[in-house]
Design a protein around this ligand. Structure first.
Ligand code: GCU
Length: 446
């Protein structure tokens, strides 16, 4: 039998090389972890890519040029350098009703509830994600709706024993008896403080939510599970611009939108896509690409979301790629120590949503997400809105805490930590009321 023999000297040499390599890797990693900057005075000087100049250097002066050229360029740049591109393979989606409103009464006053299994099929492989929907019971017309992903399973959004417990991978939580990455009945309703469903339906809106882990489990497995297992090429042939998890989650939101277009009780022209934190990044990417979303709301979305990457304050591109390599495409990793060379920054992600209403929300203690960077990105996106005469974010400085500003480009800095609170929801619904012509008198609010 053939066997490779390593001379003792070369063995020592080999081990020294490996040791030196690991040491430099650990040192680099440590440097990224230890050097979190929170000091505004230490922000490097930077120049943002222009909103209204094409890649070829031509000025963009009309809404037509924006739609035909600049917006398409921006989407392509985010695909290539950050979120990655979905494989071209066609997917057939079936929508199976697993809970209908005629089932036992949901414990949310004034609401009807249904749950749909979205089954994605391609080349004989399948993946499925459950879409939980609450609608106001007494609505006579099709209703506007907030669509959002959730972090722990649909059964954690409300304490409703009829909602099935997800079978997908979930993060372990000893307090809820979740130990083997499978959820339990103890987790029912554990996130309900973030989901004022009764209030939402009372104000005339629907709420629909999907567990993001149904679409793609949130850990790095080299893209072998979730929707990646159905659509991706095997890992070793994966292109460096192949989609990561954020793009997969955003894609799932658009599949829910396909469903809304078929439901008479839902007004698919008035769907707001909303997300918190990593799911706020996802909502921005979903809304930027899919113009059917009439409004986008990003809460505490931070690095890779609404915050400007070039500020390098709080979470940085280097750090996010190191800890969450599966969220983005491989190309994004190259920018860790050269963010200034990125052909994009996050103001362009917001600009790609124009002229649709956008709301960015920050929290005062959420320094990791860089609230000021979130506000500035919104502000810097305004030239795109100005093409439609919709530049109403005239404030040059951030508003004080708990003050909601803007009509087309909304913003608030909530007092407190990284979270979604009733105050945030109140601002989102007030903002949606402005655009979705909700009849407040009929909802008994005025
Ligand atoms: C981490 C991550 C953030 C992300 C957040 C979340 O803190 O660094 O980028 O927004 O998790 O999703 O909760």
């Amino acid at each position: 039998m053939y066997r490779t023999v390593i001379h003792p000297f070369s063995k020592t040499f080999l081990f020294s090389c490996m040791f030196a390599f690991s040491l430099s890797f650990i040192q680099k990693a440590n440097a990224v972890f230890q050097s979190v900057n929170y000091d505004e005075s230490k922000i490097p000087s930077y120049v943002l890519p222009e909103v209204l100049v094409t890649q070829k250097g031509h000025p963009v002066t009309t809404t037509e040029q924006w739609k035909q050229i600049r917006r398409a360029e921006i989407i392509a740049l985010f695909e290539e350098h950050m979120f990655g591109k979905k494989p071209a393979m066609a997917v057939a989606t079936n929508y199976e009703v697993i809970l209908s409103e005629t089932d036992d009464r949901p414990p949310i006053p004034g609401a009807i509830r249904r749950q749909i299994k979205m089954v994605f099929n391609a080349s004989g492989k399948t993946n499925a994600a459950d879409l939980l929907v609450y609608l106001p019971k007494d609505a006579s017309d099709p209703v506007p709706l907030f669509l959002t992903l959730n972090f722990h399973g649909n059964h954690t959004v409300v304490n409703d024993p009829a909602v099935p417990i997800t079978n997908s991978w979930v993060r372990n939580q000893a307090a809820k008896n979740i130990t083997k990455n499978r959820s339990t009945k103890d987790a029912r309703g554990m996130q309900q403080s973030r989901w004022p469903v009764a209030e939402i339906v009372k104000r005339g809106y629907g709420l629909a939510t999907i567990y993001y882990g149904d679409i793609d489990p949130d850990y790095h497995d080299q893209f072998k599970n979730g929707i990646h297992a159905v659509l991706d090429t095997p890992n070793k042939n994966r292109p460096s611009n192949a989609w990561g998890s954020i793009a997969a989650w955003a894609w799932g939101l658009s599949r829910a939108m396909d469903y809304f277009e078929t439901v008479p009780q839902i007004d698919s022209n008035r769907i707001a896509v909303f997300g918190h934190s990593r799911l706020g990044k996802t909502a921005l990417w979903a809304g930027a690409q899919d113009a059917r979303f009439a409004m986008v709301i990003a809460n505490n979305s931070g690095c890779g979301g609404a915050a400007l990457s070039r500020r390098e304050i709080g979470e940085t591109v280097a750090r996010i790629n190191q800890v969450f390599p599966h969220w983005f495409c491989k190309n994004f990793r190259a920018y860790g120590d050269r963010v200034n060379e990125l052909p994009i920054d996050q103001h362009l992600l917001i600009a790609a949503i124009a002229p649709r209403p956008i709301y960015v929300a920050s929290a005062s203690d959420d320094r990791w997400a860089d609230p000021r960077g979130e506000f500035l990105a919104l502000k810097k996106a305004s030239p795109a809105y100005a093409l439609w005469g919709l530049n109403d974010l005239s404030e040059t400085e951030m508003p004080s805490v708990n003050q909601s500003i803007g009509r087309q480009m909304g913003y608030h800095l909530r007092e407190g930590k990284h979270d979604v609170t009733p105050y945030d929801w109140k601002c989102f619904m007030d903002f949606a009321d402005l655009h979705f012509q909700i009849d407040n008198a009929r909802n008994g609010r005025n």
